[in-house]
Design a protein around this ligand. Structure first.
Ligand SMILES: Nc1ncnc2c1ncn2[C@@H]1O[C@H](COP(=O)(O)OP(=O)(O)OP(=O)(O)O)[C@@H](O)[C@H]1O
Length: 284
């Protein structure tokens, strides 16, 4: 079942068409990546789903029926522009935000304890937000976003500002949230995170959907069987040997190292290709 759908969503800003009949189909309990270059329309779509702004036409279907204002409590949203109160203490603010999402003080404290321990950020509890770095503030905001166990989580550029170690911790947590039943939609420019996390993607470019589907299907349909082989050795000989069974598109040479771009016919394997040249080259 689709947990979230955007149907023919159109949004104009003054003279700019930010979304041009965009569709989205997010299956329940999936991790869904929204991709596209700067200005493509990703944040606009996310803001429409979060009811911060409305579409000019089209609609959002949530859990099988049109999205309602009260659904906002079932969505956890990490916006692109992080917004914590700088002068307030971390713990005090986290409890305050959790209370706004309907948690009792006791529940908020219990859940915050769990997340602060998980992220090893207990020592920050009594610091003012302004004393934290950007990445540290982002961790707090992530915790506050997921604290009320929303069924739908929407993260706008969740990895921006995180160092690789913390980005990895975040990835693992996103996978666990899925295991625990959440549906997750996130926008990103980070292709590594897409490969590692997403089951489905939609690619938006210039306000339009240009590619959508299951990541495995997309990978399969764009597979062009082109293999890049880095080697040291006799370029002419390798070209001749490979050309018997494969199509060598080109061979480049950089600093004494050759790179052959070899197109593999469907019935051939990489092992066959390598065995053709293995006695004549040093494969890098
Ligand atoms: N409030 C606004 N008023 C006018 N134009 C806007 C507004 N918000 C967004 N736009 C325009 O709509 C287009 C889409 O912006 P959006 O923020 O959705 O892009 P994005 O895909 O999230 O980009 P990025 O990857 O840079 O975050 C841009 O051309 C932007 O200038």
């Amino acid at each position: 079942m689709m947990f979230l759908e955007a149907k023919q969503v159109v949004k104009k800003y003054a003279n700019h068409l930010a979304l041009n009949e965009v569709n989205l189909q997010v299956p329940e309990n999936s991790i869904y990546g929204l991709l596209g270059p700067n200005g493509a329309g990703k944040t606009t779509l996310i803001r429409i789903i979060n009811q911060i702004t409305g579409p000019d036409s089209g609609e959002i279907i949530f859990n099988g029926r049109p999205l309602k204002s009260e659904d906002v409590h079932r969505i956890g949203y990490l916006p692109e522009e992080r917004g914590l109160y700088k002068k307030m203490k971390v713990g005090e603010q986290a409890v305050y935000l959790a209370r706004m999402k309907g948690l009792s003080r006791n529940d908020a404290l219990k859940k915050l304890k769990y997340w602060f321990e998980k992220f090893e950020i207990q020592p920050w509890w009594d610091k003012k937000v302004e004393e934290l770095s950007k990445g540290m503030q982002q961790k707090i905001q992530f915790v506050v976003t997921v604290l009320h166990d929303p069924k739908l989580l929407i993260f706008d550029e969740p990895f921006s500002g995180f160092d690789p170690i913390n980005a990895n911790i975040l990835k693992q947590e996103i996978l666990k949230l899925k295991e625990n039943g959440a549906t997750i939609l996130f926008s990103t420019h980070n292709m590594g995170s897409v490969e590692e996390l997403c089951d489905h993607i939609t690619l938006i470019n210039q306000s339009k959907t240009i590619l959508t589907g299951q990541i495995d299907d997309i990978r399969q349909s764009y597979k062009d069987n082109l293999i890049k082989l880095d080697f040291a050795g006799d370029r002419e000989l390798i070209q001749t040997k490979l050309s018997d069974s494969f199509k060598v598109e080109k061979i480049e040479q950089i600093n004494g190292l050759h790179t052959a771009y070899v197109k593999m016919p469907d019935e051939t394997t990489i092992n066959q290709m390598i065995s053709t040249v293995i006695n004549d080259v040093e494969i890098q």
